[in-house]
Design a protein around this ligand. Structure first.
Ligand SMILES: C[S@@+](CC[C@H](N)C(=O)[O-])C[C@H]1O[C@@H](n2cnc3c(N)ncnc32)[C@H](O)[C@@H]1O
Length: 408
């Protein structure tokens, strides 16, 4: 959604106020899709036929506005009907839109009482998450999905002082959290300290893989799959000599811009981790593998609509290959942290188990003192944050990270 909104011509030509509303509508549809569809299905006598263009989209947006953004219903129904009338494929459904949305406006809120937020988590994820984490996980995940999202930052310098300046609080170590109600504006680039590189936006969970790796000054460390560089910055800030590898040129450019803003010195390499070879064996490696990203569903709710079980299987085989390739660059005794922002065990626990069986890696014990927070998520040589974690504190992205050392 962020990419579409950043590059879409219609969106960029709107006023700032309209853009904020469009973003709120799209975000609400993505966060509440299950509930929105369930309400609509109550009033659609027959499912919409296949080739109705944007018809379901128009109905979903209008329903989300009526039920959750509480905009004046008559204006929204009129707008939706004229949107339907303006396009060839949807024109035939304008009367249907009128009838259905009038029902939504008069009865929808009442019906919603019997439609729990868990409907917003797709069935395949509910099955997979219940199996992995137990039944309670769905309620927790559903509640963080529809909550206001806090902004987390990683501070380079005095975390307490920056947290106070930004109306936030320190979570532990260099991570601070600013609750949505305490934010100064939606545009973080205008917040004090952004321009001068005092901090970066980074979910608290995403800061933990580097804490697990425990980089030391002067160590040669590769950050593999590094862009846009959230973890690279943490490694460089700890004084390590960092090489950041990513195959996406445009994302690597963002990494370079970010390092410039933060005043950090990093070698960046555009290349494929499957082929990349370090000039000398490395002290440590961080591999933040590409994944289904189901763990970041609360900050990027579009993953709920975009990702599928089939993709998870394909990704898992690629993740193992990347881990095998990365291991070759490590010196004997060197450390490696493998991490994914996925809630799927196929991309986390199962990859780590396979690595222990098939690669020259052994499980490294986790020093709880090097973890600034999150000790409750540690299990053996890994740390697993399940969906819906910290539901009472504003949530935390679901992550898996495992710690290894290379056999001699
Ligand atoms: C999860 S994101 C990395 C986020 C980053 N580590 C951070 O903390 O800001 C995954 C990255 O892997 C990169 N990638 C995917 N496959 C790759 C490959 N075979 N070689 C190098 N980079 C790859 C993508 O371009 C993407 O930038």
């Amino acid at each position: 959604m962020d990419e579409v909104l950043a590059t879409g011509h219609t969106f960029s030509s709107m006023s700032q106020r309209d853009r904020a509303l469009a973003r709120a509508i799209a975000g609400t549809v993505l966060r509440r899709c299950g509930q929105v569809d369930a309400v609509l299905d109550l009033y659609l006598a027959h499912p919409l036929p296949q080739k109705t263009g944007l018809m379901r989209g128009i109905l979903r947006c209008a329903t989300a506005e009526i039920l959750f953004l509480r905009s004046p219903a008559f204006a929204i129904v009129n707008e939706a009907v004229s949107q339907a009338a303006s396009k060839g494929k949807t024109r035939a459904f304008r009367h249907l839109a009128n009838a259905v949305l009038r029902k939504v406006a008069t009865e929808g809120l009442d019906k919603l009482k019997d439609l729990p937020p868990s409907l917003n988590i797709p069935d395949w994820l509910q099955t997979s998450w219940k199996t992995a984490y137990g039944d309670q996980v769905i309620e927790d995940a559903a509640s963080v999905l529809i909550a206001d999202q806090p902004t987390d930052i990683t501070v380079f310098g005095n975390a307490k002082s920056w947290a106070e300046k930004l109306n936030g609080h320190v979570l532990g170590g260099q991570s601070a959290r600013i609750q949505a109600k305490d934010r100064q504006s939606g545009d973080v680039t205008k917040w004090p300290g952004f321009e001068e590189g005092a901090w970066q936006v980074q979910d608290a969970a995403a800061s933990l893989p580097v804490a697990l790796l425990a980089p030391k000054p002067g160590e040669h460390i590769a950050d593999l799959c590094a862009a846009p560089g959230g973890k690279t910055a943490q490694l460089a800030d700890a004084g390590a000599k960092v090489v950041a590898v990513d195959r996406a040129q445009n994302r690597l450019q963002r990494l370079e811009q970010n390092m410039k803003r933060l005043g950090l010195d990093v070698q960046s390499v555009c290349g494929d981790v499957m082929q990349w070879q370090s000039e000398t064996p490395l002290d440590a490696i961080l591999l933040d593998a590409p994944c289904s990203a189901t763990g970041v569903f609360r900050r990027h709710p579009d993953v709920l609509a975009l990702k599928s079980e089939e993709q998870v299987c394909e990704l898992a085989s690629m993740q193992f290959s990347l881990l095998a390739a990365a291991t070759q660059n490590l010196r004997p005794g060197g450390r490696l942290v493998y991490c994914v922002c996925s809630a799927q065990v196929e991309e986390g626990e199962q990859i780590a188990a396979r690595a222990l069986a098939e690669l020259p890696l052994e499980a490294a014990s986790i020093n709880l003192e090097t973890l600034p927070f999150g000790q409750e998520f540690v299990s053996g040589h890994a740390l697993r944050i399940a969906p819906g974690a910290w539901a009472d504190k504003g949530g935390l992205d679901a992550f898996y990270m495992a710690s290894f050392t290379r056999k001699g």
